[in-house]
Design a binder for this molecule. Sequence first.
Ligand code: ADP
Length: 400
Amino acid sequence: MKIFVLNCGSSSLKYQLYDMTDEIVIASGKVERIGMDDAILTHEPTGKEEVKIVTEILEHTTAIEKVFEYLVHPESGVLSDIREIQAVGHRVVHGGEVFSDSVMVNEQVKAAIKGVFDLAPLHNPANLVGIEAVESVLPGVPNVAVFDTAFHQTMPKKAFMYPIPKILYKKHKIRRYGFHGTSHKYVSAKAAEFLGKPIEELKIVSCHIGNGASITAIDRGKSVDTSMGMTPLEGLMMGTRSGDLDPAIIPFVMGKEDLTLNEVNSMLNKHSGLTGISGYGSDMRDIEEKMVTDEGAKLAFDMYEYRIRKYIGAYVAAMDGVDVIIFTAGVGENSDILRKAITENLTYLGIEIDQEINRVRSKKVRRISTSNSKVEVLVVPTNEELMIARDTLRIVKSNK
Ligand code: ADP
């Protein structure tokens, strides 16, 4: 079965086309600057030359039509007929409290995605536009929605409620939802498979450290707590996001700096984190290079590492133990310097890392802890697109 995976943003989209017989990507690509007369389509057919075109693409439906044109293109195509696509999996950021699993899209599901626009105003409207664009270009082909929040719906109330007047939860659904669920679910399953143990026997702390970053406590396969909250701003210090801070800072800064709510929101989401502290930007590679000589970059790295380590400690406490710690995503998979800094301060857990192995670059799942270590420490490359494709296949099969 061929499955098209779509991640649709407000002015861009990314796609991968899978042949699920052996789970291989037969084409991938992206469209950027949707809405402009100089939009960019990059199409990468596996085993063939990449295509890059600049053209007017004013809406998502046109963007998807263009992508499909290239999927069946005589030279750079990978399909003989677009109808070979038997299902489409969509990344949807927010599923609110309605969805604890991926789901076949119908009118009710679309209404529910719309129902939580308030909770993810930048993402959910774009995700729905993507679904509707595919419906119009590929009528009759099943669409499956895969939610970033779904995996965390197993969190107990004591973990997902905020200690603010309860009426706000009732009226506005203000609670913690968590994100990166597709990634945390994928890497925890991969880790269990790698260790040859049932996930039902493992306590896992999964660290998804990319531009956005979150840590999840996974107790016997279920998310019991996660560091992101109602929005992806809570929790760890990130590339440009602040993560946790005293909420009293918000009115204080608004008063002192004469800022509006929108300006404070933008400060916390776009100008904080590594960017705000280092002054160099959000890319961990730059921070690591500069921190040897620059105090700002060094402080940014130290704060970033310290906050990750505190969350690991918190989640070991939340689960009363830990068997496996996973590092994943752009920084987690690639920064041996960060992994070293974190793990050499976790000796109280009986963790011992083989620093030689830690330094090895690989795209494979690998154990970086020694055989003496009391906790398995793994690097597991994430693959959210593959997880979406697998979920799409599962949901389509179960609806037959
Ligand atoms: P996103 O949240 O956008 O999906 P990614 O998971 O792709 O983010 O991670 C992007 C981050 O990964 C960037 O901040 C980048 O600096 C970091 N990164 C990529 N390669 C390396 C590396 N070799 N060393 C340190 N950080 C890296």
